[in-house]
Design a protein around this ligand. Structure first.
Ligand code: FAD
Ligand code: AMP
Length: 476
């Protein structure tokens, strides 16, 4: 069998792999990217979890459900009376699929434009710089052989399953299933009040489902600033999400109309019956079919590929990036690793600043943050000052009718350097970029306080929160 040689072979075309591939090609490296994903239409589809069943389709449905909720709940406040608001879930799903199709085909276009060779199939490590591309997973068909000095594994992650709630794809589903419901379930339970569970719960709640979210932990969003998390919990409950903490799923039983969900609280065992159950208890590294064991690729106890500070695995010339190596399971984290690694392979000094990775939870209002929380700083014994400013006192937020939430900025007690920025409020996902930029430039809260912000904008809450660090906010 003929072997084709490349400078870099990348296994996986999610946001980590496809971005790495494009950057490698930009840097003049002969690059191939192998991906096995099959889209909704049964055709190969680039973009991995993020574009096919993650970031993008979830935001498409979040936006559709947001508009619906606005029409039915907020339009009146703006003096708009809508006689009849009809929901067409099939049309929403069609719109979602169209967006996914456009973006995934867009990556194919980018590969062609930038000179990345796209290979469809499953990539398997053979050792000594060799990779086999199997046209169909498990088919046993003869594949292509590739050789390369550099192999990047970017095979991503899959949802974690629970033995007590086996996913059947119709009544009990994972996040992918919850993005594909053909109609609004009347009663929906979500296991896990994490980033994904809250997003999906919000979509179906806004469209009219009665949503119960069961969370095993007794605290809500423990990695989020706890004052903001507490406020978010109240707001989400007011929106109708029945979020129950200290509620661990212990079993499920199919019924005629849906599924009975049994869970344990601190004091008692409870049960509810729902039409659909979503299991959203996190994601695990995906290395199946990669041949990791055969070539001795080191994985940690949780199945993540072990890498050093420069994304090198224990095998010579083999690297790994993205969800498959753990850390924040975020698309932009994987993409940044892809860029930095490509640059290192090309002899440059690619680097990822893990301290300035933004996090977003796409509820409404959104929760977004970068840097450390007060809880973390207290644990570390770092002295700090905080400035807090509510959206309620921001003119633009008032004009929008979006007055819930606040911005908190944390500065180092001695140096005033920004240590963390935490936002619960409208378009927090966009606002957080300013904070990331400030932290990337090692800015102080004083720098932010002296930065002119356009009026009237939501970003003025960032400005005022920075002023508040020094007790000189103007509008409160
Ligand atoms: P993946 O995107 O999982 O891609 C891996 C690719 O490798 C896949 O195409 C897979 O088919 C392929 N592959 C695996 N094994 C092989 C093999 N042996 N051969 C060939 N191909 C292989 N993150 C955000 O930052 N923002 C969000 O808003 C966000 N929303 C999300 C919403 C949902 C519902 C979900 C599920 C996730 C969301 N995420 C979000 C997380 C984000 O999708 C992941 O962090 C991201 O996709 C990880 O990128 P990756 O490239 O490492 O892996
Ligand atoms: P994330 O990792 O952000 O996707 O969040 C997943 C959430 O699911 C975490 O907050 C876990 O505590 C929660 N979880 C895990 N297992 C269970 C379970 N059996 N019952 C309820 N919640 C769970």
């Amino acid at each position: 069998m003929a072997t084709t040689s490349y400078d870099v072979v990348i296994i996986g075309a999610g946001p980590a792999g496809y971005v790495a591939a494009i950057r490698c090609a930009q840097l003049g490296l002969k690059t191939a990217c192998i991906d096995e994903w099959m889209g909704e239409n049964g055709q190969p589809s680039l973009g991995g979890t993020c574009l096919n069943v993650g970031c993008i389709p979830s935001k498409a449905l979040l936006d559709s459900s947001h508009y619906y909720h606005h029409m039915t709940h907020q339009a009146k406040d703006h003096g708009i009376s809508v006689k009849e608001v009809a929901m067409d879930v099939a049309a929403m799903q069609k719109r979602k699929s169209k967006i996914v199709g456009m973006l995934t085909r867009g990556i194919d276009g980018l590969f062609k434009k930038k000179g990345v060779k796209r290979l469809i199939g499953t990539g398997r490590l053979l050792g000594d710089g060799k990779v086999k591309v199997m046209p169909k997973r498990g088919s046993g068909e003869a594949g292509q052989l590739l050789e390369s000095r550099h192999i990047i594994i970017a095979t991503g992650s899959h949802p974690i399953s629970l033995a007590q709630a086996p996913v059947d794809g119709s009544t009990i589903v994972d996040s992918s299933g919850a993005l594909a419901f053909g109609k609004v379930p009347q009663r929906l339970a979500v296991i896990g009040a994490g980033v994904i569970g809250l997003e999906l719960g919000s979509v179906w709640n806004r469209l009219g489902a009665k949503v119960t979210v069961l969370e095993a932990l007794d605290s809500f969003l423990p990695t989020v600033d706890q004052a903001l998390a507490k406020e978010a919990l109240q707001v989400l409950k007011r929106q109708g999400l029945d979020i129950q903490l200290d509620a661990r799923l212990t079993g499920t039983k199919k019924t005629e109309s849906g599924v009975q969900v049994v869970y344990q609280t601190a004091n008692e065992q409870r049960q509810i019956e729902v039409d659909k159950l979503v299991v959203a208890v996190g994601r695990r590294a995906y290395t199946q079919g990669l041949g990791a064991e055969d070539v001795g690729l080191a994985l940690d106890a949780r199945g993540f590929i072990v890498t050093d500070g420069h994304w090198r695995t224990n095998l010579d010339g083999v690297y790994a990036i993205g969800d498959v190596i753990g850390g924040p399971m975020l698309a932009h984290k994987g993409s940044e690793e892809g860029v930095a690694l490509a640059e290192r392979i090309a002899g440059q000094a690619g680097h990822v600043n893990y301290d300035t990775i933004p996090w977003v939870i796409y509820t409404w209002p959104e929760i977004a943050w970068v840097g450390r929380t007060e809880q973390q700083l207290q644990k570390e014994g770092v002295g700090y000052r905080t400035g807090v400013f509510p959206f309620m006192a921001i003119g633009r937020a008032r004009a929008m009718g979006e007055v819930v939430g606040k911005v908190k900025i944390i500065g180092d007690e001695k140096t005033d350097r920004i240590l963390g920025v935490h936002i619960f409020g409208p378009h927090a996902s966009e606002l957080v970029s300013e904070a990331v930029m400030a932290m990337e430039c090692d800015a102080s809260t004083e720098d932010l306080a002296r930065t002119i912000h356009a009026h009237p904008t939501l970003a003025e809450a960032m400005h005022e929160a920075a002023l508040a660090v020094d007790h000189r906010a103007i509008h409160i």
